[in-house]
Design a protein around this ligand. Structure first.
Ligand SMILES: *[C@@H]1O[C@H](CO)[C@@H](O)[C@H](O)[C@H]1NC(C)=O
Ligand SMILES: *[C@@H]1O[C@H](CO)[C@@H](O)[C@H](O)[C@H]1NC(C)=O
Ligand SMILES: *[C@@H]1O[C@H](CO)[C@@H](O)[C@H](O)[C@H]1NC(C)=O
Ligand SMILES: *[C@@H]1O[C@H](CO)[C@@H](O)[C@H](O)[C@H]1NC(C)=O
Length: 377
């Protein structure tokens, strides 16, 4: 149990970064659920392997209106959540877990957790099959800031997500069923800041559906962080150049052999993760914009050439600022250190400081190459 909580907490540290108020109260008898207080005295209730009607009975009996954290791990037979599960009580952070994305059908009465609607800030749904889920149970959740679907299947009902006007972050990870989507509920959000899809087997087509929906939503101007790591993406999504405020963009662990000219034409990026994507070709001027403070991670790829037309412009920006952390990570690529590298080693050695980990195929690092060896190039 502690392990599970720790996992969820870790993800939300990444997700939220915000500050939640303290909800301090003494424990009452929530049995068969367990009650406790964290180090700050915040009240938490854990219902592990408790049937929904027994959860409802426990909350009917107790008096505290506000719970800081409520974790519910339902038994295999407990997938149908009745109206007013919390008997009028409410929780700031709520984690609702089933037993398996393959077999646990989650069904929420539209009023299942309505008593929390003007209160809950974070909600996690995990290990559930969503095919029978009516997302109307979230109608009116006007304070919800973070929503995470983790280890779920048949995500299609998310197409009907009701408006969540305060949502800052949406994370869907280790989940399945995106090939059935025909649209994505980007219009439900007023000003989403971060969007995480991790290990969801997303195809290029599914990414198009999701990002096209964002392009025609108000969040097109507010998204700053977009993670599409560990999916089945084979090209840099074209929509990203139309999301002007994205500064952190992760495509790690996909299969993107080529990056086209202008693919990363961005305003002022901070972090671009293109590591471990089987990348072997980058076209001239793939990176355009203000890269002075950008960190581009190209490590663990198949890059052989380190071309002037790709890297000279961005390295010049990065190296031009005294204390910039801007840099290009190059470790674990089989670079050819023939005359194609003369522009850097012989003509612009000052730009080397903005590269990190570049090595030739024979393991000699860029820094150790002798400029004199390029005299005849
Ligand atoms: C790189 O990506 C491949 C395929 O996506 C994956 O199997 C492998 O574990 C990844 N390697 C690292 C170091 O993440
Ligand atoms: C990546 O895609 C290429 C085709 O573009 C394919 O040949 C290769 O097997 C794929 N690699 C992985 C790890 O899926
Ligand atoms: C860079 O250094 C200058 C002078 O030391 C300082 O004023 C400035 O805030 C620094 N910029 C960053 C981004 O750290
Ligand atoms: C690796 O290749 C570079 C460039 O051709 C060469 O200067 C260097 O001596 C080589 N290093 C080794 C250990 O062979």
């Amino acid at each position: 149990m502690n392990v599970y909580n720790a996992c969820i907490a870790t993800v939300f540290i990444v997700l939220v970064g915000g500050i939640l108020p303290n909800i301090q109260a003494e424990c009452e008898d929530y049995s068969p659920c367990a009650c406790g207080q964290d180090a700050d005295g915040n009240l938490y209730v854990n219902c592990i392997d408790v049937m929904p009607l027994d959860i409802q009975a426990a909350f009917s009996r107790t008096t505290a209106l506000d719970i800081y954290s409520l974790v519910i791990i339902l038994p295999a037979a407990g997938g149908a959540i009745p109206a007013d599960l919390l008997a009028g009580k409410r929780a700031l952070i709520m984690d609702l877990l089933g037993t398996s994305r393959d077999s646990f059908q989650l069904i929420m009465d539209p009023a299942a957790i309505r008593s929390s609607s003007s209160y809950t800030k974070q909600l996690v749904i995990s290990k559930c099959d969503l095919s029978l889920l009516n997302f109307d149970f979230l109608r009116g959740f006007a304070r919800l800031e973070e929503l995470r679907l983790d280890t779920t299947s048949n995500v299609k009902p998310i197409e009907n997500l009701p408006p969540l006007t305060s949502l800052v972050g949406l994370a869907i990870d280790n989940s399945q069923g995106f090939d059935d989507l025909i649209n994505f509920p980007a219009r439900a959000f007023s000003s989403l800041d971060h969007l995480y899809f991790y290990n969801d087997a997303l195809s290029d087509q599914a990414v198009d559906i999701v990002l096209n929906a964002f392009l025609s939503s108000t969040s097109a101007n507010t998204l700053t962080t977009l993670t599409l790591s560990k999916n089945q993406i084979t090209r840099v999504p074209s929509q990203i150049v139309s999301l002007p405020n994205v500064i952190n963009f992760a495509l790690t662990n996909n299969n993107i052999s080529m990056v086209n000219t202008g693919a990363f034409s961005l305003t002022a990026p901070k972090k671009i993760y293109l590591n471990n994507v089987s990348l072997d070709t980058i076209e001239p001027n793939a990176f355009q914009g203000d890269y002075s403070y950008a960190e581009i991670d190209l490590s663990n790829n198949n890059l052989v050439s380190f071309d002037y037309s790709v890297f000279q412009p961005v390295l010049t920006q990065m190296a031009g600022i005294a204390n910039s952390t801007g840099s290009v990570f190059l470790a674990n690529n089989p670079f050819s250190c023939d005359c194609g590298l003369a522009w850097l080693i012989r003509d612009n050695p000052n730009l080397l400081k903005a590269t990190i980990g570049g090595t030739c195929a024979n393991s000699t690092s860029f820094e150790d190459l002798n400029p004199g060896g390029y005299i005849n190039c």
